[in-house]
Write a protein that binds this ligand. Structure first.
Ligand code: PMP
Length: 377
């Protein structure tokens, strides 16, 4: 008898679609017989600068200890983060990327009898982790592509345990200011945990943006998550963390895999925190690149969502899937976001000036067939 293993999977998992990552350069090179060196990848909100030399030196040194288990408590990284952020080490929970922390939080606080709230067009991992453990995912319609925080607070019921807020959000790039986040937190009951996902916070410029860390002492139900994958340029090593009260961190640590961050990653992340110059360059390259992309898209007459992150979502004015495919054929990888309920948008990550230029030059050609059709029937 053949067994239908699909039907054996727990109910929440049966309905899940796997997370769609950006297409790797090598994969496209294999598929189209292209030279990987000529491919531009602007698909995963990665740091285009390459890794920090300080992080690389520390990672290399850590290779000497590969035969040993990592420090399961991440003592050095937590100490360095605590010092930088002005929190206690006991408030930090380390994760294999911040995705890991998002999953740990959900497993600790939600189950099949509870509800988890997130926004339409919000980061895809929230519904995945919520549904995987059987919780009811409550998607609140977005407002101007961003989170409708009022409506999200209104959506809280007796069953709500967790609310995810991405600030800035991926893939829309929308952001709420400090007042809006504080008003929201003030409305949410203490028994409901709020996860403020600040994966892109290092890119925020100017006054008025919330610093989740500063809010921790005022809102005991707040968990802030951050990552080394973006502005710190260590996406491959998978290091993220949450900041919370020590009591919440203690709960998270019960579920966390004991060695969820490896020793090379721990060493590199600790070292990169000393590379302030790298962070400043990351910011500068992003600010400039975002401006370049926005100006280029404006010149093409395409609408985009103003972004506070290291990416921008552009409305290509037609179904975006075929445009994505035609860009691939030119060796330019961006990200279709139809799975986020945005079938006409492509998300393009900010690259180096030359990479952004490649995208901006290829894009009108990728849109061209439609123009040709209109002209020539
Ligand atoms: N949150 C948001 C909003 C993101 O966009 C991402 C990365 N795409 C993450 C969390 C997770 O990143 P990582 O697991 O690399 O820390």
């Amino acid at each position: 008898m053949t067994i239908d293993y699909q039907s054996l999977a727990v109910e929440g998992v049966q309905g899940l679609m796997p997370y769609q990552p950006g297409k790797p350069i090598d994969e496209l090179a294999r598929e189209l017989g292209l030279d990987p060196a000529g491919i531009v990848k602007l698909a995963s909100n990665e740091n285009p600068l390459g890794p920090s030399p300080k992080a690389m030196a520390a990672a290399r040194q850590a290779l000497d200890g590969l035969c040993r288990y990592p420090d399961g408590n991440g003592f050095n990284l937590k100490a360095r983060l605590a010092q930088r952020l002005g929190v206690g080490p006991a408030q930090i929970t380390l994760g294999n990327g911040s995705n890991d922390v998002l999953e740990i939080i959900t497993r600790c606080f939600a189950d099949h009898s509870t509800e988890v709230i997130y926004s339409q067009h919000a980061f895809a991992v929230y519904p995945i982790v919520a549904r995987a453990i059987g919780a009811r995912g409550v998607e609140v319609p977005a407002r101007h592509w961003g989170h409708d925080l009022e409506a999200m607070a209104d959506a809280v019921t007796e069953r709500t345990r967790l609310i995810f807020v991405a600030n800035p959000n991926n893939p829309t790039g929308t952001v709420h200011d400090a007042d809006a986040i504080e008003r929201f937190l003030a409305r949410v009951p203490d028994r409901v945990l709020v996860v403020l996902d600040e994966a892109y916070c290092e890119y925020l410029e100017g006054e008025g943006f919330p610093d989740g860390v500063a809010l921790l002492s005022r809102f005991a139900n707040l968990i802030v998550t951050r990552t080394f994958s973006k502005a710190w340029g260590l996406a491959a090593l998978r290091v993220g963390y949450s900041l919370s009260s020590p009591a919440i961190a203690d709960i998270l640590n019960r579920v966390r895999q004991p060695f969820n961050v490896d020793s090379v990653a721990l060493a590199a992340a600790t070292a990169v925190l000393d590379d302030e110059d790298y962070l400043q360059r990351s910011r500068a390259v992003n600010t400039e690149g975002l401006r370049q992309l926005e100006q280029g898209l404006e010149a093409l007459g395409l609408a985009f969502i103003p972004s506070a992150g290291n990416f921008v979502a552009v409305d290509v004015g037609e179904e975006a899937g075929p445009v994505f495919q035609r860009l691939l054929a030119e060796g330019v990888i961006v990200r279709p976001v139809a799975g986020y309920g945005m079938p006409r948008h492509l998300r393009v990550s900010v690259g180096l000036a030359e990479e952004n230029r490649r995208f901006l030059e290829a894009l009108p050609r990728a849109l061209q067939p439609k123009v040709d059709e209109a002209l020539h029937g």
